[in-house]
Write a protein that binds this ligand. Sequence first.
Ligand SMILES: NC(=O)c1ccc[n+]([C@@H]2O[C@H](COP(=O)([O-])OP(=O)(O)OC[C@H]3O[C@@H](n4cnc5c(N)ncnc54)[C@H](OP(=O)(O)O)[C@@H]3O)[C@@H](O)[C@H]2O)c1
Length: 338
Amino acid sequence: MQQIWIQKAGAPEVLRLQDAPDPIPRSGEVRIRVEAAGVNFADVLGRLGIYSDAPPLPYVPGYEVSGKVDLIGQGVPDFREGEAVFALTRFGGYSNVVCVPYKQVFKRLDWMNAQDAAALPLTYLTAYMMLIVMGSLRAGEKVLVHGAAGGVGLAVLDLCRIIGVETFGTASPEKHDYLLSHGLNHAIDYRNRDYERVVMDLTGGRGVHLVLDPLGGVHWPKNYRLLMPSGRLVHFGASSLAPGKRRSWWALLRGMIMLPFYTPLKLMNDNKAVIGVNLGRMWEQADMMRPWMKQIVAWYDEALFRPKIDRTFSFADAAAAHHYLQDRQNIGKVLLLP
Ligand SMILES: NC(=O)c1ccc[n+]([C@@H]2O[C@H](COP(=O)([O-])OP(=O)(O)OC[C@H]3O[C@@H](n4cnc5c(N)ncnc54)[C@H](OP(=O)(O)O)[C@@H]3O)[C@@H](O)[C@H]2O)c1
């Protein structure tokens, strides 16, 4: 098999393609011959050496794949060789062969292609967990999502359209036309304007019901302020701690200084809720996530959404895929093809 390793913390060029013997599935595992692997911002954080959940370096990153089952371990019910599937992989997804516990593997619909399938697991499950499971979003509410044109951002917009809510999204201005055509109600150019002012102006000073914050640092207090009473703030990332292609101790320190401290009394008196979501810590709860994925696949089946695949890169070009993401060029999902 071929795998892409993060050899050491650093610029995208630390990614290296290496050969290894094919793995043998253990009891309860399914082996998948990979057709597409998702690239996520967490892989960038891992490459920079600032991702606390990552295994020690060197390691093979990657959270999601699609492909065909080619070998089945003992005790695996309900899968057969040759079946088209997609899966959550807790690291190791940048590989053309992976072994995955069967509970993290999902069957593809006949009309679901490999690229769409590889784009579903991490982004749509994260969006589902934030909006529906923990954010208790209801039709008619107002939602602010940052990084609206990224993989998670577009998944959030898809689910918001299905639920029927008013969406506010920040993104670089050249992405606004696409976002508006994709159903975003209010596109905010955060690079040239203060998004807190813009959201407050657009909502008559009331704020929104739900804010999804993947930015962290200086954005933590701003996003809390944007909640109306009964509002919920979901922390799910800290991309502001990774402003460049090498680790920045200054950005990390600044982020730590800005860490908010929510006391129970403050939350009670403000009538606000603060929520944390980290899908990477849900792997042991695969049984809990399966019904969520079932609903996502049902919406796909009804053609209520299709993931937007922005660009694919070959395994040999993995470094270029990371540059592309960090240069903020993507609108939607970036995939690696073996
Ligand atoms: N907690 C979880 O379970 C979970 C799961 C998945 C993702 N996440 C988090 O969600 C965020 C989005 O992830 P993703 O995989 O969807 O990302 P993505 O597709 O790579 O989207 C990234 C977009 O975010 C914007 N951005 C903001 N700050 C950035 C920075 N410092 N460097 C590069 N781009 C930046 C850029 O858009 P503009 O040019 O429009 O600003 C960029 O195109 C990340 O913070 C990630 O860690 C969390």
